[in-house]
Write a protein of this length. Structure first.
Length: 300
C-alpha cells in the first residue's frame, strides 16, 4: 500500500471537504481572487469532480484596482476550465451609494469589497462560498472552522460556530443564513507552494520576480504602475526587481524585493523568510484587529 505524503494527505482532505460542500449545499460557489490560494482551491475542485465539469461557479469581486495580469490570468483559466464566472463590481456599489470611496494617500477599495460580496452572494442565492483562506495566514483566520457559519446579515461571530469533530461538518442553517467553507484551512504557505510545484500549476506572472516601477512607503514597496495609488511629492518612483508574495487590490499589495524566478526559488525564499505572508498587506496594518473586524462584517 502506497504511503501518503503530507501533500497527498492535505489534497485528500481538501477534496473530501469540497465533495461535502457539493453534497450538503444547494448552490455553492468558489470565491476566486486570482491569488495562488484561490487558484489551488479551484485546481482541487477541478480534480475532485473530474471528468465532470466544475460544479461551482467562480465568483470574483473586482475592486477596479486589480493588477491587469490577475484579470488576464482569471479569464484564461475560466476559458480553459469551461467554468462559469460571476463578477461583482465594487464600482457598482459606489455608484449605487452603498459604500463611500475613501480619499487620501492611504485610500483603498479593499474594505469596500464586503458589501459587494454580500450583495453578489444574495443576488445569486449562494448558500455556501468556498474560500482559499488558511489558518496560518493570520490570527483571525486561525479561529475559523472549515464550515464557517454566517448569519442572515452575512456576518461572522467566532462564538457562534459549530463544533467540528473529526471530519464531520455541520451545514445546518436557518433561512437567510449561509456558510463559508475553507477546504485548505490546514495548509501552510509552504505547503501551497510545494503543491504548486508538484502539480505544475500555472500562476500569474506577478508571483515571479520581474522589473516594476514602484515606490517606498513606510518601509513597504508599492506599485507605481498601474497608477492607482496617489503618491506624496517625497515618494520617488524607482524600478526594482520585485514579486508579489500575495495578490490583492493594488492599493494594499506590498511588493517583495526578490530574485526568485522559479517556484524552486520561491520555496527556498519562503523557507528562509522571517516575515509572514501577510506582512506585506497594508490593509492588515490599519489596526491590531483589522482582519477580524472585516470578517465580522462579512469579509472573506
Amino acid at each position: 500500500m502506497e504511503q501518503l505524503t503530507h501533500l497527498k494527505e492535505l489534497e485528500a482532505e481538501s477534496i473530501y471537504i469540497l465533495r461535502e460542500v457539493a453534497a450538503q449545499f444547494e448552490k455553492p460557489c468558489i470565491l476566486f481572487s486570482g491569488g495562488k490560494d484561490s487558484i489551488v482551491l479551484t485546481y482541487l475542485a477541478y480534480k475532485a469532480f473530474y471528468p465532470s465539469k466544475l460544479p461551482f461557479p467562480l465568483v470574483h469581486i473586482d475592486t477596479g484596482h486589480n493588477f491587469p495580469e490577475t484579470l488576464t490570468y482569471r479569464d484564461d483559466l475560466v476559458s480553459k476550465l469551461g467554468a462559469e464566472l460571476i463578477v461583482g463590481y465594487v464600482q457598482d456599489s459606489i455608484d449605487q451609494g452603498k459604500v463611500v470611496e475613501e480619499k487620501g494617500y492611504s485610500a483603498s477599495r479593499n474594505k469596500l469589497q464586503t458589501v459587494t460580496l454580500l450583495d453578489t452572494l444574495a443576488e445569486h442565492k449562494f448558500d455556501c462560498a468556498c474560500g482559499g483562506a488558511r489558518r496560518d495566514e493570520e490570527k483571525a483566520r486561525a479561529k475559523e472552522r472549515i464550515f464557517s457559519h454566517r448569519d442572515e446579515f452575512g456576518q461572522w461571530n467566532p462564538k457562534n460556530q459549530r463544533p467540528e469533530l473529526w471530519d464531520l461538518y455541520n451545514a445546518k442553517k436557518d433561512v437567510g443564513e449561509h456558510f463559508r467553507a475553507f477546504p485548505i484551512s490546514n495548509w501552510t504557505e509552504l505547503d501551497v507552494w510545494q503543491y504548486i510545484y508538484q502539480e505544475g500549476i500555472e500562476l500569474p506572472s506577478l508571483y515571479y520576480t520581474h522589473r516594476r516601477k514602484c515606490f517606498l512607503r513606510d518601509g513597504q514597496w508599492l506599485a507605481a504602475e498601474p497608477a492607482v495609488i496617489p503618491r506624496r511629492e517625497t515618494e520617488v518612483v524607482e524600478e526594482k526587481e520585485v514579486r508579489c508574495r500575495t495578490i490583492g487590490d493594488i492599493t494594499c499589495t506590498g511588493l517583495t524585493l526578490s530574485r526568485a524566478h522559479s517556484i524552486e526559488d520561491i520555496i527556498a525564499e519562503i523557507a528562509s523568510s522571517r516575515i509572514t505572508e501577510r506582512g506585506g498587506r497594508a490593509d492588515d496594518k490599519r489596526s491590531e484587529t483589522a482582519m477580524e473586524d472585516r470578517k465580522k462584517q462579512g469579509y472573506f
